[in-house]
Design a protein. Structure first.
Length: 210
């Protein structure tokens, strides 16, 4: 199965992608991980991306597309893959289509802005070991302290209320139109968010007919 995961920031795409990847035995390809791997391995396209990143600039679409095509051509993708975080815009979706990259399904996790705001603004992260908590759904044993390493937990900049509001605005403006793009191609499936990671997985599996 070749799948794109869609949904707003904080919808749980990364978590569900990893679960589905293990279940289906296919790799999960996230834009961030792909960028880091390409830069680390010093591939030609990785060096291109590095030049932009080192200058503090966004990596342009054409480099992201080239990198995605390179990654999808690797042997572990022959039996399918899950693409998380790409495409983000209609321009990227059209560019992928023009280069011959096809998908069986574009799965959108449906969740309201209010739920996203509550989920993200309640997150607390450990700056040392990377563990993530939530003040309501997954609190640490001691308030404000990481269970794993004892460091003081922080609210990441992208989880602050104003930042969350801005990220959602960008999603609605730039990424949400992808749903109609893939609906027109008969590829869109939607899965409603429900409480609990396992419950969301169950909804997704039913939606995919697995």
């Amino acid at each position: 199965m070749k799948m794109i995961l869609l949904g707003p920031p904080g919808a749980g795409k990364g978590t569900q992608a990893e679960i589905l990847g293990r279940r289906l035995g296919i790799p999960v390809i996230s834009t961030g991980n792909m960028l880091r791997a390409a830069v680390k391995s010093l591939t030609p396209v990785g060096l291109k991306a590095k030049s932009y990143m080192d200058a503090g600039e966004l990596v342009p679409d054409e480099v992201i597309i080239e990198m995605t095509n390179e990654r999808l051509g690797e042997p572990d993708c022959a039996g399918g893959y899950i693409l998380d975080g790409m495409p983000r815009t209609l321009a990227q979706a059209r560019a992928l289509e023009e280069t011959g990259v096809e998908f069986d399904v574009a799965l959108s996790i449906e969740i309201t802005d209010a739920e996203i705001a509550a989920r993200m603004t309640g997150r607390r992260s450990c700056p040392d070991c990377g563990a993530v908590y939530h003040v309501e759904s997954n609190p640490p044993k001691s308030a404000g302290v990481c269970d794993e390493c004892g460091s003081e937990l922080v609210t990441r900049g992208d989880d602050k209320p104003e930042t969350v509001k801005n990220r959602l605005a960008v999603y609605h403006r730039e990424t949400e139109p992808l749903k109609e793009f893939y609906r027109e191609r008969g590829k869109l499936k939607t899965a409603d968010n429900v409480p609990g990671v396992e419950a969301v997985t169950a909804v997704i599996l039913r939606t995919l007919g697995i």
